[in-house]
Write a protein that binds this ligand. Structure first.
Ligand code: IPE
Ligand code: IPE
Ligand code: MG
Length: 241
């Protein structure tokens, strides 16, 4: 941990937690066990991010495309979400974590929504790590949703078309108020975005890790941050010194 430069910590880390199914398959276990193990990995990562002083952690927990999985698996994932919030709320709250969510929350099962609303409310005055859960999240649907918001403001006269800019558009996204991710980590070796934060990842450093998500731990996170700190972020410019 002491090999990390504290002044160059990523402010916002986003993670595509991928590979639960393959983790289970390798052990001849049902996929649901992989998802259970995945929740454990999440618990640990939240703790490490909190300790390190990371400001925002966004985790992709369920995509708009994940509804296409068998009903049983979707059910397991929703139950795990509810259980996670119920079991962890106390500790997250004690650790000063703020819980937020992005995605089509109103389409989640009622029970999950209730726990989520409760967790968000309980932790809203905390000042530590923002744990941002991407649930029923899709980058494209988020952008469409933002376009609708902006169009309504134009129609009502609140917004001039010419005045629409990147900052205003960003404010119509679910991630309103959060900085764009500095570091995006995807586990299980897959090199694609799978509809995650399409707008926000424009200049994010991407680190793909071979480990399957349930095997991801403190060391893996620290290695990823070290990799990030070695990157040269140019944002389209050049170095002149
Ligand atoms: C990630 O693991 C968890 C979710 C998508 C909810 P997967 O379930 O995608 O695991 P693999 O990719 O099939 O191994
Ligand atoms: C992305 O993983 C979504 C989450 C981790 C929640 P997927 O496993 O659903 O993505 P694809 O299907 O491999 O692109
Ligand atoms: Mg997957």
């Amino acid at each position: 941990m002491d090999q990390i430069a504290p002044e160059r910590l990523p402010r916002h880390i986003a993670i595509i937690m991928d590979g639960n199914g393959r983790w289970a398959q390798k052990r001849a276990l049902p996929r649901s066990m992989g998802h259970r193990a995945g929740v454990e990995a999440l618990r640990k990562v939240v703790k490490t991010c909190s300790t390190l002083g990371i400001k925002v952690l966004t985790v992709y927990a369920f995509s708009t495309e994940n509804w296409s999985r068998p009903k049983d698996e979707v059910g397991v994932l929703m139950t795990l979400l509810t259980e996670y919030l119920k079991k962890e709320l106390q500790e997250l709250h004690q650790n000063n974590v703020v819980i937020r969510a992005i995605g089509g929350i109103v389409d989640l099962p009622r029970e999950a929504q209730r726990e989520l609303e409760n967790s968000i409310k309980r932790t809203s005055n905390n000042t530590g790590l923002i744990l941002n859960l991407a649930l029923n999240y899709g980058g494209r649907s988020e952008i469409i949703n933002a376009v609708r918001t902006v169009c309504k403001d134009v129609l009502s006269g609140k917004q001039q078309i010419e005045a629409i800019d990147e900052e205003q558009f960003s404010n119509a996204l679910f991630t309103r108020g959060l900085p764009d991710p500095d570091l995006m980590i995807r586990t299980s070796g897959e090199m694609r975005l799978s509809n995650f934060l399409l707008w926000q990842l424009a200049y994010t450093e991407i680190v793909v890790i071979e480990d399957l998500w349930p095997d991801f731990g403190e060391k893996t996170l620290i290695d990823a941050i070290k990799t990030y700190q070695k990157r040269d972020r140019r944002f389209g410019g050049i170095h002149t010194d």
